[in-house]
Design a protein around this ligand. Structure first.
Ligand code: XMP
Length: 524
């Protein structure tokens, strides 16, 4: 399972659809959309052999998009034998071009490349477009297209500049879409994928997140045997879900390590202790390393330096604790699919790297453990659904993300215990007001920031000269871009009044009205 997902439990007893990954950024999203139709779906290598496919016995194959041109030298190609298996095939974008080219059609650069929303007209009858309106908007992103469909294909839909925007084979269950049904901009994309899996592949749609749990438990037990697994808990949803899943699978063979770095928010350490130590009865090692972290951070104001110090000390503390646990062989991590794809960590895959991410590969390989990453195929909201199935409490499952360096990157300037305490109190008020006003779930991330800026105030009859708190609240789909949240004035007012009245050391509150880009979500 090292660098491979136990989530890809291929030999599922359920109806399975395979997505052959040709490197498109949305390949995993296709799999996730199929799972939304309650059909087990996993991503596999683009050149998976027909023999392996026969063993897995999938109901359908989906050929994903890809960044290259099908006629380019070195472009990923499928094993030709997959077309003779009689299994329904849906080619999407590059996938459609592959199918068509394989069957004698010409693929060439478009006269005008199409990117973004495009009007589509359905022109032919087929189960793929059942219940889909004849005119609709779809998401296109292509520089090539199928020029001439040969007589064995029927066109099913067209756009102004793409006559074969969808097609089917006359006699075989082979379909193609030039547009992307998996992205939300394609309004009827869900219906089209549902039609493919239900009407064409004949799936009944019986797979559920609880089935994923059952399969994972079997796979994890088999993989781990009698060995011990260490899981680093951060208090966040991903590591909590991994720990809960492993606990269900291997019970006493799991040891969790929670490092209290002194940069956590109010009550976080206690919540982890209560949930995993008391409630689940996990062998939980809470390491209070606050002093060590704060000593290492003393006098440091530069954000990147803070991050480097915290990363280094974390590894030292974690290593020391992990090595004190006898017989540990595996290390479980809550890596999600977006972490994998964005970091380019999926080195075997053909996808292009987008950005370096801070969460992947946090602990170095030299620790000598084999990695278990059971969430490696999942998206955040699937992980949340999994957390609910595993019985994690709502506030853990729906918690806003919290950065690894914790309050250090929200306590601008020097990190001192008393400044951290001020920040903790202000942050608790911000979150409390959001919850009280039923806003917490409308916002993807919100927090307080302590600014190293003093300003003059007046309290009672006296003059104050104290620091300021900034409130940050954003709405975002993927955290790569974000909008500031138009917080109701009354809520801002309550936050501000409570903070200035009760948090000693703060006499001014400001609201951050910057979007990302050009700002970032965190202030450091
Ligand atoms: P930015 O500030 O880059 O944040 O817009 C995007 C998301 O990433 C989180 N973030 C971090 N997470 N270590 C982490 O684990 C970090 O160093 C870090 N910096 C930012 C941030 O909270 C937001 O969710």
């Amino acid at each position: 399972m090292t660098q491979q997902s136990s989530g890809s439990s291929l030999s599922s007893p359920h109806e399975t659809v395979l997505v052959l990954d040709f490197g498109g950024q949305t390949a995993q999203l296709i799999a996730r959309r199929v799972r939304e139709q309650n059909v087990h779906c996993v991503l596999v290598r683009h050149d998976i052999s027909p023999e392996r496919i026969r063993e897995i016995q999938p109901r359908g194959l989906i050929l994903s998009g890809g960044p290259m041109s099908v006629y380019e030298k070195g472009s990923p190609q499928p094993n030709r034998g997959i077309f003779d298996l009689g299994i329904p095939i849906l080619g999407i974008c590059y996938g459609m071009q592959l199918v068509c080219r394989e069957m004698g059609c010409e693929v060439s650069p478009c006269p005008s490349r199409e990117f973004g929303r495009t009007a589509l007209t359905v022109v032919g009858e087929s189960p793929l477009f059942l219940g889909v309106p004849p005119e609709q908007l779809v998401w296109m992103s292509h520089g090539d297209q199928v020029k001439n469909l040969t007589a064995q294909f029927t066109p099913l839909a067209s756009t102004d500049s793409c006559p074969a925007a969808a097609m089917r084979h006359h006699t075989q269950p082979i379909y193609g879409l030039q547009f992307h049904p998996e992205v939300t901009h394609t309004k009827c994309g869900g219906q089209i994928l549902r039609n493919f899996v239900q009407e064409i592949c004949g799936c009944r749609g019986e797979w559920k997140m609880s089935s994923f749990v059952d399969e994972q438990i079997v796979a994890l037990r088999e993989w781990v045997g009698k060995s011990r697994v260490i899981c680093g808990l951060s208090g966040g949803v991903d590591s909590s879900v991994v720990a809960a899943l492993l606990h269900k699978a291997i019970g006493p063979q799991l040891s969790c390590i929670f490092v209290d770095n002194g940069l956590l928010r109010t009550g976080e350490s206690e919540a982890v202790r209560r949930r995993f130590g008391d409630h689940f009865g996990v062998d939980l090692h809470v390491v209070d390393a606050s002093e060590r972290f704060l000593t290492a951070l003393a006098g440091v104001s530069d954000p990147q330096e803070k991050r480097m110090i915290i990363g280094r000390v974390f590894i030292e503390v974690f290593r020391h604790e992990a090595l004190s646990i006898p017989d540990a062989r595996f290390l479980a991590q809550g890596t999600l699919y977006p972490d994998v794809i964005e970091s380019g960590a999926d080195k075997d895959g053909p996808a292009a790297t987008i950005k370096a991410h801070h969460n992947v590969g946090g602990l170095p390989a030299e620790l000598g453990f084999e990695l278990i990453e059971p969430l490696r195929d999942l998206f955040k909201d699937e992980v949340r659904a999994l957390g609910q199935v595993l019985g994690l409490p709502e506030e853990m499952v729906w918690r806003h993300p919290f950065p690894g360096p914790g309050l250090a990157v929200r306590c601008l300037g020097e990190i001192l215990p008393e400044r951290l305490e001020v920040l903790r109190q202000a942050d608790t008020i911000v979150i409390d007001e959001l919850r009280k006003n039923n806003l917490y779930h409308k916002i993807q991330q919100a927090f307080a920031v302590l600014l190293p800026v003093r300003s003059v105030g007046v309290m009672g009859d006296g003059r104050t000269y104290q620091e300021a708190v900034a409130i940050r609240a954003v709405q975002t789909e993927d955290f790569m871009s974000a909008d500031w949240y138009p917080m109701p004035y009354e809520v801002l007012q309550s936050m501000s009044t409570r903070i200035t009245n009760t948090v000693r050391g703060v006499n001014r509150v400001v609201y951050d009205i910057s979007s990302k880009p050009p700002s970032t979500i965190e202030w450091e």
